[in-house]
Design a protein around this ligand. Structure first.
Ligand code: MIC
Ligand code: SF4
Length: 638
């Protein structure tokens, strides 16, 4: 049988099921990664599983999100994670070492292996031919305990890249073009596999920009073959021993095929407030920018920042622009420091932030009221920057750097001479911020006062009854459900505290209403729960007594997080029923344990005296998970 790159890796790791699209498969996980904002919860759950040591080939815990220590909370979380890592056999990447995805690509990713990470941008390592998937913390904890990871066998989309990018056009524009065509809902249960003669011009970090932002398609993951280019990158990282070639067989069959001609691609920008609002940069040329932010796991590699340094060299940023740059890793920052590029950035007026997520997750650098911020990041959801009234545009490092100079969103093609940055023969190697696990498990775990136990799921009730506590539209993100910003991120291990902010961007009164009514039901539109992998978007509603969410459709990771935590993700069979239900209508689902055996669940609206047919489109394994009261209870009982 002729296989694609993704199929080859899945086949090698398959423990349950077969390569049949749309059916459930279970795969072995070689590596895991966590970061601090989802990590504390994941490790609390791992501890609750009572396993002595991780069973993966390699697991790494990164600190990169909660970097501002405005109180003891974040430092306490860091310490907890560091001790857990030491005890259970996990590598620990200290704060300052950089963003998890960038470091994993540089130092740990291995072509042909599988990686499960408690962060939605884990597919970044798909840039070097790894099958890398984002998941909720509990799924990652289960993988560390040696469990398979279950997904729906995805459909595989071939994205053929032909030709070569023009100067001023970059990898970011390729993924923006894919987003323009497929939109944020278009990747559900799909893997985007890149191929074509254009690949040879794309370095691993450029490929990683594409697989990283493939998360915004709602895809299971994105992947490139492992080829000559991969070999050169690994060799430059001193890891050529990790190289194996993985290319698709001639005649491999894809479920869908698209082609992008790189020669004719122009620089693109995602306009507010969605990564798929993609337009040519030239259509935005009169927009004045207040802030330019360069960095994030999408565009903070050595090559990206070298390009920026060349563009800014000898020039000064516009009077009204604040330019902030957060390098992706210590390796990147160190190399810029050694070769003088850092000095070019500083001289131009850039403010250098530490290596971490920073403004991407609203940890500082919130724009001014109604401010316009142009960012090289991957998400521009409303309010995510920390300023609800701001307008965030997403673009490549080239567009960002030129615009920082002109003060307006600017097409780099008009200004740029050929800037050619060569991939270094050798990256600067220094892993002194990666702490190895202990050989013995005699390590004390330190739990600061902010680390509260996670909410427990009770076993399934025979009747689910409650009022509709909120009714929201399409594309609600986990940033709406459980906002994250500099004020809230320190409380990622404190669900009771977070509960007062749940869904507040949609409706200020929601937490109060949920508490007054002792829980209830949420009504959502299409693609409910898109974006981040944060399990908090399930744990906090669980804490508030939410037993079911009825939507037009769900995003993959969020749906899985809901089921893992015993919340029913129900979908309207007839979406017209959505408009028949009003806020505070009383709904009831009877005979729950029998009803959830099938894909057809009836909900009765007691207020309107009507009933609606819903679908519970989950696997047998997930049905038993719901019966047991979530994944943790299921694992414990088996
Ligand atoms: C994000 O980009 O939204 C995050 C913060 O990295 C999240 C994880 C989180 O919420 O902690 C993600 O993408 O999964
Ligand atoms: Fe960090 Fe932003 Fe990447 Fe999320 S998207 S991992 S917050 S840099």
């Amino acid at each position: 049988m002729k296989l694609t790159v993704a199929e080859k890796i899945i086949k090698d790791h398959l423990k349950t099921g077969e390569l049949k699209r749309g059916t459930e498969i279970g795969i072995r996980i070689d590596q895991t990664l966590t970061q601090d904002s989802t990590g504390t919860m994941a490790y609390l759950q791992f501890e609750a599983m009572g396993i002595d040591r991780v069973k993966t080939k390699k697991s790494v815990a990164y600190i990169d999100h909660n970097m501002l220590q405005t109180g003891p909370e974040n430092a306490d979380d860091h310490l907890y994670i560091q001790r857990v890592a030491k005890k259970y056999g996990i590598y620990f990447s200290k704060p300052g070492n950089g963003i998890c995805h960038q470091i994993h690509l540089e130092r740990f990713g291995v072509p042909g292996e599988t990686l499960l990470g408690s962060d939605s941008h884990t597919p970044t390592c798909g840039g070097l031919g790894m099958l890398a998937i984002g998941a909720g913390g509990l799924d990652v904890a289960a993988a560390m305990a040696g469990g398979e990871y279950f997904i729906t066998m995805p459909y595989i989309v071939k994205v053929e890249l032909t030709g070569k990018l023009n100067s001023g056009v970059s990898a970011k524009d390729i993924i923006l073009e894919v987003l323009r065509r497929f939109r944020v809902k278009g990747g559900l249960n799909k893997i985007f596999e890149y191929s074509g003669d254009g690949l040879k011009y794309l370095s691993v970090p450029e490929r990683a920009t594409i697989t990283n932002m493939g998360a915004e398609l709602g895809a299971t993951t994105s992947i490139f073959p492992s080829d000559e280019v991969t070999y050169r990158f690994l060799k430059a990282q001193g890891r050529e021993g990790d190289y194996i070639e993985i290319i698709a067989d001639d005649g491999a069959i894809y479920d869908e095929e698209v082609r992008i001609d790189l020669d004719s691609l122009e620089p693109l920008v995602a306009s507010p407030h969605s990564p798929d609002n993609v337009v040519p940069v030239s259509s935005l040329k009169d927009i004045k920018v207040n802030q330019v932010a360069i960095g994030s796991c999408t565009n903070s590699s050595y090559m990206d920042l070298m390009k920026v340094a060349e563009i800014l060299d000898g020039k000064t940023i516009a009077e009204d622009v604040s330019l902030v740059i957060s390098p992706g890793s210590k390796q990147v920052l160190n190399m810029l420091a050694e070769n003088g590029a850092l000095s070019k950035l500083i001289s131009s007026g850039a403010r250098i932030l530490e290596c971490g997520c920073g403004p991407c997750i609203g940890m500082g650098q919130a724009p001014s009221t109604n401010g316009v911020s142009l960012r090289t990041f991957n998400r521009n959801f409303k309010g995510r920057s920390g300023t609800p009234s701001s307008n965030i545009y997403l673009a490549s490092p080239e567009v960002a750097a030129i615009s920082a100079l002109t003060g307006y969103i600017t097409n780099p093609i008009e200004y740029m001479e050929d800037i050619n940055i060569d991939m270094p023969e050798k990256f600067l190697l220094n892993d002194n911020l990666i702490v190895s696990p202990s050989e013995i498990d005699d390590v004390d775990i330190i739990r600061g006062p902010n680390i509260k136990p996670f909410p427990k799921v009770s076993s399934l009730r025979e009747e689910i009854e409650g009022k509709v506590l909120i009714k929201v539209g399409d594309d609600i993100t986990t940033d709406h459900i459980m906002p994250s910003n500099a004020k809230l991120l320190p409380y990622r291990s404190n669900i009771p505290h977070l509960s007062d902010y749940c869904l507040v961007p949609c409706d200020r009164e929601f937490p109060k209403r949920a508490k007054e009514n002792g829980g209830g039901i949420i009504l959502g539109g299409y693609n409910y729960g898109q974006g981040s992998s944060r399990e908090h978007a399930a744990l906090v509603p669980l804490y508030l007594g939410i037993k079911a969410i009825i939507a037009k459709s769900f995003a993959r990771i969020h749906k899985q997080n809901l089921v893992n935590n015993g919340i029913l993700p129900l979908v309207f069979k007839d979406v017209k029923d959505f408009s028949k239900i009003d806020l505070l209508d009383e709904l009831i689902i009877e005979d729950v344990s029998n009803q959830i055996k099938e894909d057809r669940v009836i909900v009765r609206n007691k207020t309107k005296d009507e009933q609606y047919e819903l679908s519970l489109d989950i696997t047998e394994r997930q049905r038993s998970m719901l019966k047991f009261g979530g994944l943790l209870n299921l694992l414990r009982d088996n």
